[in-house]
Design a protein around this ligand. Structure first.
Ligand SMILES: [Zn+2]
Ligand SMILES: [Zn+2]
Length: 344
């Protein structure tokens, strides 16, 4: 099969072609696994974190990619959840042990044996990939392959962050940062909690006006005070200042959900501004979102078809994966970026 391989951890500001196209042996589905002919794979910021070493793959080379849509072409021994020809999606969670306390409580995202697609095992920047069938999901017919791919990561993790926010309809929700993931959260919050007012903190006026267009009742800058205290705030920024500033906007007993795989260290000193009475007293909570569980992906896909949530996307042939990654790095964002395998 054809695949784009990551061979080295590197600095993308000087090394603009971290992946190389290669012909590698077709993977074989092991017990309870399926072999998937990949048609589309989304390109995610987490790939930049892997390539630049912020969340490095344990072994190299590895095939990146964790927003995969394709067709089942073969079933390993014991696999019976799908037929050959079924369309499936694969997300960031590739597998977990299935027996630990976390797995037994549907918290397989926290399993010590958690393996990430495209980091710990080969992912979808390839024409074929294998996955344990329990970690593949049916894609609602409302979506094309390229529309579905970006939903599998930002959408599903956004869904988990909204669930962890634990609000009830009518409680006030804040969002700090307003990129791809936050705008999906705003759309799903408006659908799931129609009486909830959403407040958006973003640096740029363009993002703020986009948030108002999508139904935010108030927008402001990161250090602004919201006109009311908020029951929960979801942070999707890569830095610390928005978290500290958000704590002062929280209602008593409220919580901040940090939806970021890593925080950059540029403004770590900002944490020294934390004052216990203002920012933490009155049972305020800070919680992170780690990975994604299976139910987040399957529930989110259903919800996305109902709303509906249709991501804008831009397609690239597989061989142009480096260009897609660099455009993401340089924030040339025109919707989500999706690799197509039709003509690798
Ligand atoms: Zn991702
Ligand atoms: Zn486990």
């Amino acid at each position: 099969m054809k695949a784009m391989l990551l061979n080295r951890i590197t600095d993308l500001s000087v090394d603009r072609e971290p992946l190389t196209m290669a012909s590698v042996p077709d993977p074989l589905p092991a017990r309870n696994e399926i072999l998937v002919q990949v048609s589309a794979c989304g390109v995610c910021h987490t790939e930049l974190d892997e390539i630049e070493g912020r969340t490095p793959p344990p072994r190299l080379p590895v095939i990146p990619g964790h927003q995969v849509v394709g067709t089942v072409v073969e079933r390993g021994k014991g696999a019976g959840l799908f037929q050959t020809g079924d369309r499936v999606g694969i997300g960031w969670i590739h597998s977990s042990c299935g027996t630990c306390g976390f797995c037994r409580r549907s918290l397989e995202n926290l399993c010590p044996g958690f393996e990430a697609t495209g980091r710990d095992v080969d992912g979808g920047y390839a024409t074929l990939m294998t996955v344990p069938e329990r970690f593949a999901y049916r894609i609602p017919s409302a979506f094309s392959d390229s529309e579905a791919a970006p939903l599998l990561c930002a959408g599903a993790i956004g869904y988990r962050s909204l669930r962890l926010a634990g609000i009830e309809d009518g409680e006030r929700l804040g969002l700090t940062g307003f990129g791809a993931s936050a705008h999906l959260v705003l759309k799903m919050a408006r659908h799931k909690y129609p009486n909830t007012d959403v407040f958006v903190f973003a640096r740029g006026e363009k993002e703020r006006s986009f948030a108002r267009d999508l139904g935010a009742v108030w927008t402001g800058d990161m250090e602004d005070a919201a006109p009311a205290k908020l029951h929960a705030i979801i942070d999707t920024t890569p830095v610390y200042k928005p978290v500290v500033e958000a704590l002062k906007n929280l209602e008593s007993g409220g919580r901040i959900i940090i939806n970021a795989i890593r925080k950059e260290s540029v403004d770590r000193d900002y944490l020294l501004n934390l004052e216990y009475p203002t920012h933490l007293w009155m049972e305020k909570e800070i919680k992170s979102v780690a990975n994604v569980a299976r139910r987040d992906i399957s529930e989110f896909l259903e919800l996305a078809a109902q709303v509906p949530i249709r991501p804008e996307y831009q397609e690239f042939p597989l061989k142009d994966a480096n260009r897609a990654l660099m455009e993401l790095k340089e924030r040339k964002i025109r919707g989500a970026k999706v690799l197509r395998m039709d003509d690798p």
